[in-house]
Design a protein around this ligand. Sequence first.
Ligand code: GAP
Length: 687
Amino acid sequence: MPAKSLEQVRNLCMRRGFVFPGSAAYGGVASFWDYGPLGVELLNNVKKAWWQDAVYARDDMDGLDAAVLMSRKVWQHSGHEATFSDPMVDCKKCRSRFRADDLVGAWVSSVRDEDMLTSETWSKHFKAHERVCQAMPEPARSQGVAVMREILAAHEAWWPLGKLFLKFDASGDESAKREMVADSDTVKANQRLKAATDAHHKFITENAVAFTAASFTACEVTCPKCGSNEFTEPRQFNLMFQSHVGPVSAAAGTDEEAAARVYLRPETAQGIFMNFAHVQRSLARKVPFGIAQIGKAFRNEITPGNFIFRTREFEQMEIEFFIKPPQFVAEGEKNDEQWHEEWVQQRYRWWLRYATPPSAGNEDMERIAARFRKRAQAADELAHYAKATTDIEYLFPGALGWGEIEGVANRTDFDLSAHSKDVPEEDLKRLKLEANKDSNEKFDYFDPDAKARYIPWVIEPSAGATRAVLTFLCEAYHEELVKEPTKQEIDQIKSDAAMIRKNAEKKIKDARKDIEAGKEPKHQPDKVEAFLNQLDDVVSRLPASLDEVLLALDHEGAQNLEPVKKFRPPTEKFIEECTRTVLRLHPALAPIKLAVFPLKKNKPEIVELAKSIKQKFQKHFRTVYDDSAGIGRLYRRQDEIGTPFCITVDFESLEDGTVTVRERDSMAQERVAIDELHDYLLPRLEL
Ligand code: GAP
């Protein structure tokens, strides 16, 4: 099993030096993270693996490293200055700030996801939508109400059939199901529901902004922090960080300030568009070809979070792949849709390749693949410039769930046209662009095969490097049982947990009394209760859930409970004996490739030989020497950070020139001659 919660990964990252909170000595700055000694290795390895695949492994790709700061005009003509914004609302009670669409999305799924197998939940969902429509201005109001009433009625008419479907599904009665599907009443009910569902989707898509705003008025949305349903009006908030070039003292909005204003780039893509002509001409590249870039991007996200999933400073790995516009594609050549599909496949394969360690068997591979999916964006999700976008998503643990890790977009000729002068009127109209009077370049290309000049179309695979780090960490994280605990040992944990519960229940009572008396309570009763629920759940699943016991004890509701403090150290020691944490990272991504240990640190000959092996390999890849604990503990430490191979030098090594090589995932050990180590390790590291 990969990580069960982001908390496990986050704890490991902080404990072992992958990721630290930024500016921690001053209390940190929300959502800025520093990559520590292991984190920077992992991040660099992710970028190296991407560059290898995107640039070196292809004949049609070149690299680029453009400046972070660009002319403000780039962001005006790309559309970012006007539209790169999210709707934001403030809770009037606790003053927390949220993305309006996130709150509405959370509300919609809270209504929808509870249990869609009951008719009441569906009815509740559509009635809630009708209430939202009632709060919309006319004519959307009447249209929306009619759409919602029809889908409610269509669903109610269909529901008896839906129940039968479920019944036949459960009993596996395929012939009854086939009979029912063929029945004319079923056909009619299905058709009516399909038409109503399409109309529902169309209405919400076409009225997305008004629907979001009305959701707040309809008071369905509550503040996740304090539960209030009073919010400020949604306001657009531009996500670009601003700065100024040179010393500027003028007030915001004045001509002087505006002329000096620059933005920290919110995507690396625009740097590539700016250099399309430079790269094409300097390398005499023929379309189709692409440019790859890795670099920092900055977004003043309204609700960053989920550890390093959404941050305000992050790294992107982007490709702009320039292709012929559809009208110039010759027979036998790939058109834009085929290029789009090719890149979706290439990028999907890359994610799977690096999420899968060489030790994975067929079943592991299937399980890993099931946590990555390709999802074509619906028409209402598409960015204004995109003809089609397929997101690659990963099933992150816990509440985060499916999250985008890369988007592969067909951006047509929007971007190069937006930055070009002299674009024909009909193209401007088609792309909904204004004529660019600032640019002194036309980003077109003379195609010697088509004997025509055109502005190329673009396929853009855009991945987050820091988000990839989180993805690979979540997938690689495993806690394994290495020693079966006895029944007695499990009973001991259960009885300790019962003692914790008894004590905590008393604390909850005391805290409630304090609150009633208007005194500051020593404990937060709700949090302690949440902790007890988690502990009960873990204890009820022992011994399988042994690896989750410490996670439960880390719950914020467990803090300052005396029995927890007493229980933790021996439990930690016991769990350490029975389980191991191992990062099953692909060896090419592993921060440290090889660790060398001496069996005895007080035997100079053994130490010397171990250090000489370390020196031999550190020229090729990250190798460490460690003699700070017993061999068993040293193995555990390296397992926890994903080191694929450990070498132990012992007395036998001095005699026959062999060492023990231990593989991380199988824990298998074999003797290998020191002279053959290089040939043994290199293919297995898949560098
Ligand atoms: N040029 C297109 C573009 O920037 P995007 O979907 O906004 O598209 C691409 O971003 C990728 O960048 C995402 O799939 C994600 O992996 C990463 N990304 C975007 N915003 C991020 C953030 N705030 N923190 C971390 N990664 C982010």
